[in-house]
Design a protein around this ligand. Structure first.
Ligand code: GLU
Ligand code: ZN
Length: 317
């Protein structure tokens, strides 16, 4: 780390509390920490607990696991469910700008509707976009007691948006009239993440490459809400971890979380060592050394980060 560089901006890790973190999540968290600390940034933590299906208590366990690997963060972890006022204010602002409309479509309706010309595959077909007040009232009544969702009226002619990712280079992603608030009142991930990152002063987003396709929508929201956006916000989508079957690592792949590995006698230090090896940060010469996140920080260079997914071999020896 360059000690002469003043502290600036912040990176973050933002897990969803849906069970214990697995090796793929832990590797992404380690990378987020390394990216932030190696650029003199603060490192913040946010528990993305908006989804009702969350496991009570799993956020606490996730934080404990990160801490015990030596991934420490600044200040208390932010709970996304505490941020409702800001989310509502952002929705109100978009509404004032005339950028929202009610959507009464079910998933089935969307699949059955013919897609709009020139729309990207899977894009919302625009069924509810141009309703009159009377049509809207009728559509609302027809789905009661279910309530309509709110969608963004994407700028006319905008089907995609490009950004430059630190690890992936140019990324182009689809834009459509995506959901900002679901019928049950829960705000959508894309809205919450943009509002919360801005409020927390995050200017470096490091996360799994599976989320790269969502980023253009998030950048569009930043622009519409006049929040910091690239190049003032940096994105690094990092390679995923695959299980022995070649699929994205998941719970079915056996012992993949710290508590499961501990139960098999694998120490946290051994886990950190494997993650560090997978990132090319340590080699044979470090065999006898105690690996710490501070040692990894000294050695981290984003330019030498492996570009391909890492396949978890299934055991730690
Ligand atoms: N909560 C999201 C997840 O765990 C990550 C959100 C983000 O990093 O932007 O998949
Ligand atoms: Zn609709």
């Amino acid at each position: 780390m360059n000690l002469h560089e003043p502290m600036r901006g912040a990176g973050r890790y933002a897990p969803s509390p849906s069970g214990d973190l697995h090796l793929g999540n832990l590797r992404t968290a380690l990378l987020a920490w390394l990216f932030a600390r190696s650029t003199g940034r603060a490192f913040l933590m946010r528990i993305e607990d908006l989804d009702r299906a969350r496991d009570a208590g799993s956020g606490e366990q996730q934080l404990a696991d990160l801490a015990s690997l030596g991934i420490e963060w600044d200040g208390p972890a932010v709970l996304q469910t505490d941020r409702g006022e800001d989310h509502a204010a952002a929705i109100a602002k978009l509404d004032d700008l005339g950028l929202l409309y009610e959507c009464t479509c079910s998933r089935k309706d969307i699949l059955a509707a013919p897609s709009a010309p020139h729309a990207p595959p899977g894009a919302y077909p625009g069924t509810c976009r141009d309703r009159t007040d009377a049509e809207r009232e009728a559509a609302r009544a027809a789905i009661a007691p279910r309530l309509p969702a709110l969608r963004l009226r994407a700028p006319a002619g905008m089907n995609s948006l490009k950004f430059v990712d630190v690890t992936l280079g140019d990324v182009v992603g689809d834009i459509d009239d995506f959901v900002l608030r679901r019928g049950d009142g829960t705000v959508a991930y894309n809205l919450a993440v943009v509002v919360d990152d801005a409020a927390m002063g995050v200017d470096q987003v490091v996360r799994g490459s599976d989320l790269a396709p969502s980023t253009p929508r998030q950048i569009l929201l930043q622009q519409l809400l006049k929040l910091p956006t690239p190049p003032d916000v940096e994105y690094a989508h990092v390679p995923l971890v695959l299980g022995p079957s070649g699929q994205r690592l998941a719970k079915r792949d056996g012992a993949v979380t710290l508590p499961q590995l501990r139960a098999q006698g694998v120490t946290d230090a051994a886990v950190l060592r494997v993650l560090a090896e997978s990132l090319g940060l340590i080699g044979r010469t470090h065999e006898k050394e105690q690996i710490t996140t501070d040692l990894l920080l000294e050695r981290f260079d984003p330019r030498t980060l492996p570009r391909d997914p890492w396949t978890w071999p299934g055991v730690i020896s």
